[in-house]
Design a protein around this ligand. Structure first.
Ligand SMILES: Cc1cc2nc3c(=O)[nH]c(=O)nc-3n(C[C@H](O)[C@H](O)[C@H](O)COP(=O)(O)OP(=O)(O)OC[C@H]3O[C@@H](n4cnc5c(N)ncnc54)[C@H](O)[C@@H]3O)c2cc1C
Length: 311
């Protein structure tokens, strides 16, 4: 963004706009600089979006950065993070279960853990998914047969037309897909429906899930979870990548995990172009070996150059 726009934003929101390395805000620990602002309330968020629109500055809403590859060149627009009011959670007993209203900045493991402690069932699948609630709805995050779509009742959003409530049907959920991925609507808060459950059993199930994930995923190195999406009718991406002999393959500091081939880890000093190159390599080699075209589950922010073929 140009200096004038940055100064105008800094004047409109005194002390709130910072230039930061996005590597500190992503689980891959990768990414160059951008101007970052925290929106602490829905009103402030609307003001930020309005001011950015007037200035012609693009806005990107960042959750916990756990599904995101950010360019080493950073991002030229304004990165908005949700904080303050967006971290609120309220629990209501409803019928046989619970209604939970939670802000988009609430962490998914925190919410899932709190649900188990309360004896509210249905989010155990999410205890190890390190995203925000907003990011989880955007991605329709899921694991072990469960996904956010199963529990969402409605979503409060802000888009170009203002604030509104969308019911689950309007959210267009599919496998790691939602209406939000093709829209400018930002998720502000979410109403979830959970069942009544036995607290001890839920805690045990959540612990078992976490144990299983620790054994299956390379959680000791920075990563962004599964890189590629499942392709219907084909073996899982991790199996295809492993069968193509790519486990342990490196580009610079990025490596296809030896533990789970659908994870790319930052084995030390990886750049976004290292990861991007490895994603391309894996896609090409898997296609040549199996005829399956893999598509990324991860999202990109900033600009990336297509690697040369054969790299
Ligand atoms: C170790 C590890 C394990 C993982 N395991 C799983 C798993 O089992 N299952 C799974 O599904 N995923 C998994 N993931 C991926 C990731 O955690 C999820 O996709 C998560 O939902 C992303 O949330 P986030 O807040 O980090 O989003 P970000 O990475 O910050 O953003 C992702 C996208 O969501 C958008 N977004 C974020 N917040 C909002 C909002 N409030 N409104 C509108 N758009 C928004 C962003 O603009 C961006 O396009 C894993 C990741 C890691 C690192």
């Amino acid at each position: 963004m140009d200096r004038g726009s940055f100064d105008a934003l800094a004047t409109a929101f005194p002390g709130c706009v910072k230039v930061m390395a996005l590597s500190s805000l992503t689980t891959w620990r990768i990414g160059g600089e951008a101007a970052v602002i925290e929106a602490r309330s829905a009103g402030m968020l609307a003001d930020i979006l309005g001011r950015a629109r007037e200035l012609g500055v693009e806005v990107f809403l960042l959750g916990r950065g756990s599904n995101l590859l950010v360019s080493d060149d950073g991002y030229d627009g304004l990165v908005v993070r949700l904080a303050g009011d967006f971290g609120m959670v309220s629990w209501t007993r409803g019928g046989d279960g619970w209604l939970v209203s939670a802000g988009a900045a609430v962490t998914l493991p925190g919410l899932a853990g709190a649900a188990c402690m309360k004896g509210a069932a249905g989010l155990e699948f999410a205890v190890g998914i390190p995203g925000s609630l907003g990011g989880a709805v955007f991605m329709n995050a899921g694991a072990y047969g469960g996904s956010m779509a199963d529990r969402v009742v409605s979503v409060e959003v802000l888009d170009g037309n203002g604030f509104r409530t969308m019911d689950r049907a309007a959210c267009g959920f599919g496998y790691r897909a939602s209406f939000f991925q093709d829209s400018d609507a930002l998720v502000l808060s979410v109403l979830l429906s959970l069942d009544s459950g036995d607290r001890d059993r839920l805690m045990e199930s959540a612990s078992a899930t976490l144990r299983k994930r620790r054994e299956s995923f390379p959680l000791d190195l920075p990563n962004a979870g599964s890189v590629f999406r499942r392709v219907e009718g084909a073996p899982p991406p991790g199996k295809l990548i492993e069968d193509a002999g790519l486990k342990g393959r490196r580009v610079g500091g990025a490596m296809i995990s030896k533990l789970h081939a659908n994870f790319i880890v930052n084995a030390g000093g990886a750049s976004s172009s290292d990861v991007f190159g490895l994603i391309h390599d894996a896609g090409r080699v898997v296609y040549d070996a199996s005829g399956v075209s893999l598509r990324e589950e991860i999202r990109y922010l900033g600009s990336f150059e297509e690697p040369q073929r054969g790299r």
